[in-house]
Design a protein around this ligand. Structure first.
Ligand code: NDP
Length: 433
């Protein structure tokens, strides 16, 4: 299940069931923002299975020059991007020496270029944190098919992002396993109201005014495992180490989202994300603890039907689903073994243990800047915890106190969002010092 640890290989593995490249479908040119991360690598693992369907156009990383170089040697993209100019120059020299024509760019503007380039069809937005906002917004403005892993884009700039998607006619597909599951459990017409573009423009126009309720949806049931500390004595929370927090029982993920899963701030961010994606209120979404992470979320309809999406916890499934949507392609994940799966259990979340859930629920319906503050303070506090500067329980306290200090106002523009983000980061950093 650990798709991260798969060897990086450009060789296409023999397909287990002999399904080859798909006839009648044009090649999709793909930019992977954050290709060296957990989602980025899982995306490349799926792409490697379907060389006739996907061509890697651009790969980007922050600092991991070595991994990016390896990926370039295998996938031969037209562009590679690193944050630092010096590192980009070094990589350019190495790739040229290896006979590659890949052009290496640097800086934030370069991310926007490869996300919105006319030659690109599909953009996997998998940079971690608010740092991923501008480039995913660039893809949205350019009308791309966006596979959105970077939930922070919706948390900090939901209104702006969804407006850009609608205006440009972009196709937005959720990668977060829970939102991808809900997307799969909604019928086509509901998906369209969810702000997700249809392949059929006429149908999209017809359905634009329908809400989830009008589509017969009573509740979205967002599942979460409860993370590594669901059953830990709360007296032990202050001695939790970064290694313990990053050891998720079911998923292998990047360090930031792993800590968010441990505080359950991740589920709070996902609640906000769901409200934007599916055009609903926080009260339309219930959070359900499901420790086995087999059901990835559910949709309850008014007639009593509950549709769930199940699978082994492996991000290659939602990635493959979104890459190929509305088709289905092989992802090479393990099959669910019904004979060894002894039980599926469900619980209410413990709000005392996980105060982040209550904070996120309080601000999920606030159209103002509170979510920007929440996200920025959380990013700063999580990094401080990972760096050994603060203890685990302080993460959510810092978020709470930063929120108290910055009143929520209507976000007016990307510049305003970025200014509030900076203000919250400075305040949170001051508290840590
Ligand atoms: P990782 O930390 O594993 O990877 C992050 C990627 O973003 C890396 O390629 C990293 O480059 C790049 N990056 C980091 N900071 C910057 C920056 N300032 N500018 C440009 N690039 C940057 O994260 P994940 O893959 O775990 O998560 C990515 C996103 O997907 C997050 O928003 C997360 O919430 C979401 N997500 C992740 C899931 C998972 O299973 N991992 C599940 C659902 C959602 P470098 O390697 O050089 O540092």
């Amino acid at each position: 299940m650990d798709s991260e640890n798969q060897p990086l290989t450009g060789k296409v593995k023999a397909h287990p069931r002999g399904v080859g490249p798909t006839a009648g479908h044009s090649l999709q040119r793909l930019t992977i923002l954050g290709s060296t991360g957990s989602i980025g690598r899982s995306t490349l693992a799926v792409v490697a299975l379907h060389p006739s369907d996907y061509e890697v156009f651009a790969l980007t990383a922050n600092r991991d020059q070595r991994m990016l170089e390896q990926q370039c040697l295998v996938y031969k993209p037209r562009f590679a991007v690193l944050s630092d100019g010096q590192a980009a120059t070094e990589l350019q020299v190495k790739l040229a020496a290896a006979g590659l024509a890949t052009e290496v760019l640097s800086g934030k503007a370069a991310l926007n270029i490869v996300a919105s380039h006319a030659a690109v069809d599909t953009v996997m937005a998998a940079i971690v944190g608010a740092a991923g906002l501008e480039s995913s917004l660039a893809a949205a403005n350019a009308g791309k098919k966006i596979l959105l892993a970077n939930k922070e884009s919706l948390v900090v700039a939901g209104a702006l992002f969804m407006r850009a998607v609608k205006k440009s006619g972009a196709t937005l597909l959720p990668i977060d396993s829970e939102h991808n599951a809900i997307f799969q459990c909604l019928d086509n017409r509901t998906r369209i109201q969810a702000g997700v573009s249809s392949v059929n423009a006429q149908e999209s126009l017809l359905q634009e005014s329908l809400s989830l309720k009008e589509q017969g949806v009573r509740k979205l049931l967002l599942t979460g495992s409860g993370g590594p500390f669901r059953a830990l004595d709360m007296d032990d929370f202050s001695s939790i180490t970064p290694e313990q927090a990053c050891a998720h029982p079911n998923w292998v993920m990047g360090r930031k989202i792993s800590v968010d899963s441990a505080t359950m701030m991740n589920k709070g961010l996902e609640l906000i994300e769901a409200c934007w994606l599916f055009n609903c209120q926080a009260s339309d979404v219930d959070i359900v603890i499901h420790p086995q992470s087999i059901i990835h979320s559910m949709v309850e309809y008014v007639d009593g039907s509950v549709l769930a999406q199940l699978g082994v916890p492996d991000m290659r499934t939602p990635i493959a689903h979104a890459l190929a949507w509305p088709r289905r392609i092989e992802s090479n994940v393990e099959r669910l073994d019904w004979t060894s799966m002894s039980q599926l259990t469900f619980e209410q979340p413990d709000m005392r243990r996980f105060p982040a859930l209550g904070i996120a629920r309080q601000i999920a319906d606030d159209s103002g800047t509170a979510a920007i503050v929440l996200n920025a303070a959380n990013e700063v506090a999580v990094q401080a915890f990972l760096d050994g500067q603060i203890r685990f329980p302080a993460i959510v306290k810092i978020v709470e106190q930063t929120l108290e200090k910055i009143p929520s106002t209507e976000p007016e523009s990307l510049l305003h969002i970025q200014a509030v983000d900076q203000q919250a980061r400075q305040l949170a950093a001051g508290m840590i010092e």
